[in-house]
Design a protein around this ligand. Structure first.
Ligand SMILES: N[C@@H](CCC(=O)N[C@@H](CS)C(=O)NCC(=O)O)C(=O)O
Length: 208
């Protein structure tokens, strides 16, 4: 049995978790989810019925992990030999930007694509303030840093990089030079290419 069971769909956020699985080099068995007929094992593990959902068959029992950012963080913690964890000096940036991407960035992008307008006088109530403020803050970070934690790639780049990469691909974030350059660095990762290749092949198969 593989160490991890991975419920996914190639056209989904499952792409983020697949990349994280490849970066850590773990053995996993994928289950491609049919949206109209979700497997009972997925629903038992994650009543939200969402992908990605990962089950780690650890030596001490099965561990269910959901939410892309948490999956990335978990895989880095469970597989320290992959050297994707932050050093003490990198920890603040690692946590700060991973949570920033999972919260404010995701909400800002989603709100814009849904056409939800935040009235100026209520920006103080929403965690992302405004789309421009959130994306500008992220852009400014990458004006001075190659990766989330400076010059070294960590697991935070799998999650933050995926948000940036996805947003640029679908035009939901502006093609600011700092973000485009960051996405270029992310896309150069061999494990990014390997994981994307698998999902792209699955998408091709589904289109036949
Ligand atoms: N907060 C979750 C979101 C997961 C999510 O919304 N996944 C979508 C695909 S991208 C899904 O499973 N949709 C199927 C459904 O909701 O039935 C995460 O970050 O992993």
């Amino acid at each position: 049995m593989a160490a991890y069971t991975f419920f996914t769909h190639p056209m989904s956020r499952g792409q983020i978790a697949r990349w994280a699985l490849h970066e850590t080099g773990v053995d996993y068995e994928q289950v491609i989810v049919d949206w109209a007929n979700k497997p009972a094992a997925l629903m038992a593990a994650n009543p939200m019925g969402k992908v990605p959902t990962v089950i780690h068959h650890s030596e001490t029992g099965d561990r269910v992990i959901t939410e892309c950012a948490a999956i990335c963080a978990y895989l880095a913690e469970a597989n320290p030999e992959a050297e994707l964890l932050p050093s003490d000096a990198e920890l603040a940036d690692y946590l700060r930007w991973m949570f920033f991407a999972a919260g404010p960035v995701e909400q800002a992008i989603l709100g814009k694509s849904m056409g939800w307008d935040v009235p100026k006088e209520r920006e103080g109530m929403v965690g992302f303030g405004s789309f421009d403020r959130t994306l500008g803050t992220l852009r400014d970070h990458f004006a001075g840093s190659d990766f989330v934690c400076g010059e070294r790639f960590t697991m935070a780049d799998v999650y933050v990089g995926s948000q940036v990469d996805w947003g640029l691909t679908f035009g939901s974030i502006p093609p600011e030079p700092e973000l485009v350059a960051y996405a270029d660095r992310i896309q150069a990762r061999p494990h990014y290419k390997a994981a994307k290749g698998i999902d792209n092949d699955l998408i091709e198969e589904m289109r036949k």
